[in-house]
Design a protein around this ligand. Structure first.
Ligand code: AMP
Length: 444
């Protein structure tokens, strides 16, 4: 309370601070969301294990120059989407907009070239892009990411695509893979020129934005969503028809490998992806029902490591957006394991019983039993309601009478049947009952 001196004017109470709000484009992952997130993380870990990937996590902050060099100055990400700043030491830093550049840096910095190649690594974590927030598009979003570094052969691309497919199969989400080749620095400039020549003949039908793009990054016109361009692109020259011999062979091999395992894919001549470092293979993973955007995508980046200062190392990788997958899992009502339900709920009545309950909680926890409580609630009814709500299998009740008798009540929350047992035997009794319950729930 502000205290006024007699000759002071009355002190106005400070204005109540505005309710704190999320930064635009950010979102919270609430406790109720975690079953979906954990489901995805578990499937990512399982697939990584099956295909021989090891986890790597790189920092969220990297030098800005890493991204400008790796991703390319004319890309949307570098031109307008990075969260960049100069820190107290004068370093130009950015929140990572994607994983690959940081992982390539780590590969160089930790001398991973001297490890047996290829080096296969996976990751999952948050990324930042200052995009216009809209449904499914955030300024902080999560990706999982798989990279194979140190391998030129097309078989690596094929197996990476198969790993991505295996992951979506485990996520129970039907998807389509769109695949293309964008060539290499030998053949792409020639194709680029063919493309520019084609678009020049269509200039009168193109928007100002598209014309600007034509001079800066003509390949990106190919996957434009502008209606006029969609029409123009139907007859645009295709990159696959302008690949050099090495790139063509690589692409043919990739497709042959996929055909060998009878993997269904869609050839997408207009697929280019928005990042400059891609060479040869590019692919995207699309959901069903004409989704507005892809779950993810990836491709080969044979020159990136050399471009950012390492030795020439071919590599291929892919990343998917986790928010979009969570939304799809929810939409499709894919069953995910629920939040872990505690085995036991301890209810206590009165101060003395609460002390005993606290000790019992610790004893059972040490025994490996998952226990919940609501020590701060006093009525038995409300405590049992909580036990019910969180789905505990059994409640243990300690009241005055039980305290005096050194007993405890075990209540089966499924059928309400209660039994009073000697408190010394409670661990044994609980173990027995949980075992019995587990045996009953195993499907025949
Ligand atoms: P990219 O790194 O641009 O190839 O993106 C790969 C995937 O990450 C996309 O297909 C999306 O699923 C996801 N993604 C990219 N940007 C965002 C964003 N701003 N918000 C949510 N997810 C995103």
């Amino acid at each position: 309370m502000p205290i006024n001196k007699p000759d002071d004017k009355p002190v106005k109470p400070a204005k109540k601070a505005a309710t704190p709000q999320l930064v635009r484009g950010m979102h919270d992952i609430l406790p109720t969301d975690w079953p979906w997130w954990n489901f995805i993380f578990n499937k990512v870990e399982e697939v990584a294990m099956c295909y021989g990937y090891e986890r790597i996590e790189t920092p969220i902050l990297e030098k800005t120059q890493l991204f400008t060099r790796a991703i390319g100055n004319t890309t949307d990400i570098v031109e307008k989407e990075m969260f960049s700043f100069v820190d107290q030491s004068g370093d130009h830093l950015s929140l990572r907009p994607e994983y690959t550049a940081g992982i390539a840096r780590a590969y160089i910095e930790h001398g991973m070239l001297s490890l047996p190649q290829p080096v296969k690594m996976f990751s999952y974590g948050p990324h930042f892009r200052h995009e216009r927030p809209q449904a499914g598009r955030y300024r902080q979003f999560w990706q999982f990411n798989f990279e194979v570094l140190g391998e030129t052969e097309a078989v690596a691309d094929s197996q990476l695509i198969l790993a991505a497919a295996a992951l979506f199969e485990r996520l129970q989400l039907p998807v389509t893979f769109a695949i293309n080749s964008v060539g290499c620095p030998d053949c792409r400039p020639k194709y680029r020129q063919v493309l520019i020549d084609y678009y020049r003949t269509k200039r009168s039908e193109m928007s100002d934005e598209a014309k600007k793009r034509l001079t800066r990054n003509p390949l990106r016109l190919l996957d434009s969503k502008e209606e006029a361009l969609i029409e123009i692109n139907k007859n645009a020259p295709q990159c696959v028809d302008h690949l050099c011999e090495n790139c063509r062979n690589h692409f043919v091999k990739l497709l042959e490998h996929l055909d060998e395992v009878e993997f269904t894919y869609q050839l997408s001549p207009n697929l280019v992806r928005g990042i400059d470092y891609y060479t040869r293979t590019v692919f995207e993973v699309w959901g069903e029902d004409g989704a507005a955007s892809a779950f993810g995508g990836g491709g080969r980046y044979d020159n990136l490591i050399e471009e950012i200062g390492g030795r020439a190392t071919a590599a291929v990788g892919f990343a998917c957006g986790i928010e979009r997958i969570v939304a799809e899992l929810k939409k499709k009502q894919v069953p995910v394991p629920p939040r872990q339900r505690p085995d036991i709920f301890i209810a206590s009545l009165g101060e003395a019983a609460r002390k005993k309950a606290l000790k019992l909680f610790e004893d059972l926890r040490r025994q490996g039993v998952t226990v919940a409580e609501s020590f701060t609630k006093s009525g038995l009814k409300s405590q049992l309601e909580t036990a019910n709500k969180i789905g505990a299998s059994f409640a243990l009740v300690i009241g005055q009478k039980e305290l005096m008798d050194d007993t405890i009540i075990i209540r089966d929350m499924e059928n309400g049947i209660q039994e009073t047992v000697d408190i010394q035997k409670v661990s044994l009794e609980i173990a027995k009952r949980l075992e019995h319950k587990a045996a009953r729930s195993v499907p025949a």
